[in-house]
Design a protein around this ligand. Sequence first.
Ligand code: SF4
Ligand code: SF4
Length: 381
Amino acid sequence: MKNPFHVMIIPTLGCPGRCKYCWSSDETSPRMTLDTIDDIVTWLKPLEDQRVTFTFHGGEPLLAGAEFYRQAFKKITEGLPHLSPEFAIQTNLWLMDDELAEIFAEYQVPIGSSIDGPQELTNYQRGDEYFERCLAGYKIAVDHGLLVRFICTFTNSSVKQKEAIVNFFKEQGWVMKLHPALPSLKGENPNAWTLAPEEYGELLVFLLDEAIEHADDLEIMNINDLCRCVFTRAGSVCTYADCMGTTYAVGPDGEIYPCYRFIGMPEWVMGHVRNAPSIESLMESHAGKRMLAFKEFVDTACKDCAHITYCRGGCPYNAIAPTGGSLEGVDPHCTAYKRIFDEITTRLNEEMNAAPVSRVSRVKRQKKPSVTRLIQKIVEE
Ligand code: SF4
Ligand code: SF4
C-alpha cells in the first residue's frame, strides 16, 4: 500500500514557549511569506491526483498570524484541487484567538497541542504558565467547534508519574498521544530529559494495559496504532512506515527537507520550492539518497525481526540525524518497539489460539486484559 503524501509547512522556528526539552525552537528564525506558499502550490501542481495532508508545524506556527492562514488555506485549496488538501496544525495554542479559530473552523483543521499531564508537572517540564496559556487557547478552539488532541511528552522524570498522567487524561476525557523525549542535537546536555528505550518499552506495555482496561473512557492513539500495525501487518503512522519519498517539510525560507525534524540542519536540505523540483530530483539530492539508503539498510539490519513489515526500522531521523547521516544502526527506540510488538503479538496469539476449555483455564487466561477486545474496537471504529 502506498503511503499517503504529507507536506509539513514550518512558518517559523521561533516560539514564545520555553519547554525545557525542546530542540526545534530558534529565536532568530525568519517567518515564511505568502510568496513561499505560492511556490509550494507551483511545486506540487504536477503531482498526480491524490489526497494530501498539509500540517503546519514549528517552532510555534501561530506566530505566522491570521492573515497568513487565511491566505495560505485559500491558495492551497484553490491552487491544488486535485490533491483534495486537508490541513492540520501542531501548536501550543498560546496565541489562539477568535479570528484564528474562525479561520481554522472554516477549513475544519484538527489541532494537535501539547500537555504533559497535570498543571504542576506540565509547567515543570514546559515552563511557568505553559499550562494556563495552553488551556486558554484550548477553550477558544473548542468554543469554535475545533477538534483538539494533546501530545503528552514522557521524559525520564515524568515517566515516574505515569499513573497520575493517565488518570489526568482520563478525567479530562482527552485522547492521549504520547511522545518520548528525544536527545537534543543542539543542547549541551543532550540526554537530560531523554526517555531511555527500555523505559519507553515498559511505558508502552503499561499504557497497553490501561488502554484495554479503560477502553470505554480512555483512548491512547499510539496504542491503537501499534495494535493496528500488528493486526494489519502494515505501518499505520510514519514511524512504522517508509516515509521517504512521501513526506516532505518546507522550512520558513522555502527550503525542502525530508521531515520537519530536519529543519534548520543545512546538510539535510533537498531543494527549494522556488525551483519547483520534481520528487525524483529531491530523492536524488544528497539528503534524499541518505534517506533511501536507510530504507535499504533496514532490509538487511532488521531482516531477522518478526516485526520488519510494520516497523521498518522505526524513524529515520532518530537513526541517522545524530550520526550525520551515516548508517550505524536503526532507530534507537528499537528496544521499545520490539518490547511492545512482542507483547501485542504474544497476547493476540495466545488469545486467538486458546480453545474454550474449562473454567479454570479461562480464569487463568483472563489474568491479562484482552488485546483482541481492543483490536475489535479499533477495527469497528
Ligand atoms: S523522519 Fe521520523 S518523524 Fe519524520 S516522517 Fe519519517 S518517521 Fe516520521
Ligand atoms: S523492532 Fe527493531 S529490529 Fe524489528 S523492525 Fe523495528 S527497528 Fe528493526
